[in-house]
Design a protein around this ligand. Sequence first.
Ligand code: GRF
Length: 208
Amino acid sequence: MEEKMKIAVIASGRGSNFIALAKACREDGYPAEIALLITDNPEAGALAFARDNGIESFVVDCGSRRGSMSPESSEKMRRLCTERGVELVCLAGFMRIVKGSLLDEYAGRMLNIHPALLPSFKGLHGQKQALDYGVKVSGCTVHFVDAGVDTGPIIIQKVVPVMRDDTEESLSARILVEEHKAYPEAVRLYAGGKINIEGRRVLISDEH
Ligand code: GRF
């Protein structure tokens, strides 16, 4: 049997993308397995799922600066990942900008999911930004993480319509359904060795 790629998921909250990834990893032939969950939030919903499903999990205090992480916490996460042979780090609703030794170690090996069609509506509340702007379609993006905010090369995007009566909640829910497909697909491609980055473009083998 082929060895599976070990991935770490870093999440701050509800954890539905983490759960979608964990479920995908249970499928026959899926090329990745979750080695650990890391969170900065002891109340994260993701933690309960990890504990109930035998996935090793850690709470790392990232400091009190909102949206930022301390150098110590970055190093701690880096060590947790490297000690377990993690080859891919997946940010899934991690509410801080990743920097420091974790980002250095996993440059080109770290993914994020964003609830809008990048490069539109970066940062927080991508769904509300889309609604307020009046776009007719929105969606989600899985991309590599670089030193910017939601700026790395794009792997997969999925599109949903914006409906006349949409609220932030209803649009978010429609996008979330696609997020739960897009993230496992992107990890499958990465772990299956199907991805090449050429500058800003992510080339996927077997794709036109
Ligand atoms: C998702 O909408 C994701 O795109 C964004 O944060 C949210 C996390 O949701 N980055 P969950 O914790 O995975 O349910």
